[in-house]
Design a protein around this ligand. Structure first.
Ligand SMILES: CC(C)(COP(=O)(O)OP(=O)(O)OC[C@H]1O[C@@H](n2cnc3c(N)ncnc32)[C@H](O)[C@@H]1OP(=O)(O)O)[C@@H](O)C(=O)NCCC(=O)NCCS
Length: 206
């Protein structure tokens, strides 16, 4: 039986897009139709897929390609990813979470639309991850953790049980967050840190 793969457009054509392409190819649910990038990137290709246009072309491109996912990265601000996700929502073009076949997501976990779970990540029982998040390669989201919308849990970060991460926050590569801690909204936790205490909104931990 031939399974028809749904067409998908990638919003962002940089390094994170390349990592997402690998996940989408391995996941096998979607056929990548192309990417949206900067004006300079239009006409080039990324891992063999064409950069079809810029943000300005989105209405037209989404009409013909039906679904999209945000593939730009996020460290210092979630705003560009939020803006693009809102366009996808406006055109009813969001997709369910895309999970690498090399990740483990518990059937007792819940993941919002537009989120990408990359290779080697683990999301354990009772965890909730919001919309439009990046759970990057080798990240650990332990049991009963809540990650809000538009968050990036970077490569190899370890978020221990019961931690709550507010919307729009970035958790740097290799961080360890103590169980039960709350990290507010729009926080930036620098790479490699051990976070033992809770913090409010808009905090940069370095
Ligand atoms: C927190 C972060 C965003 C701050 O970036 P920034 O504002 O550009 O600040 P800088 O990198 O210039 O660092 C400013 C100072 O804080 C220190 N600092 C920054 N992050 C730190 C960290 N995680 N641990 C210890 N010190 C840190 C720097 O050494 C520097 O100190 P100095 O002024 O004495 O030289 C950045 O350091 C970081 O961690 N980025 C995320 C990297 C990452 O996880 N990437 C994964 C992508 S998947």
């Amino acid at each position: 039986m031939i399974v028809e793969r749904s067409p998908i457009l990638l919003l962002g054509a940089g390094g994170h897009a390349r990592a997402c392409i690998d996940v989408i190819e391995q996941n096998g649910q979607y056929a990548i139709k192309g990417l949206v990038g900067t004006l300079e990137e239009v006409g080039s290709s990324v891992l063999g897929y064409p950069v079809l246009g810029t943000d300005l072309d989105l209405p037209e491109l989404l009409e013909s390609h039906a679904a999209g996912i945000v593939t730009i990265g996020q460290i210092k601000t979630p705003e560009p990813r939020i803006r693009l996700f809102e366009v996808l929502e406006r055109y009813a073009c969001t997709v369910q979470a895309i999970v690498s076949p090399n990740a483990y997501v518990s059937p007792h976990a819940c993941i919002g639309p537009g989120t990408v779970v990359l290779h080697g990540a683990v999301i354990n029982a009772g965890a909730t991850v919001g919309r439009n998040c990046i759970i990057n390669s080798l990240a650990l989201v332990e049991h009963d953790v809540t990650v809000g919308d538009h968050c990036h849990v970077a490569t190899g970060a370890r978020i221990n049980s019961g931690v709550q991460i507010g919307d729009g926050s970035f958790i740097g590569s290799g961080c360890s967050i103590r169980q039960g801690v709350t990290v507010g909204r729009r926080c930036i936790v620098g790479m490699g840190l051990a976070v033992r205490r809770s913090c409010g909104d808009d905090v940069v931990v370095r």
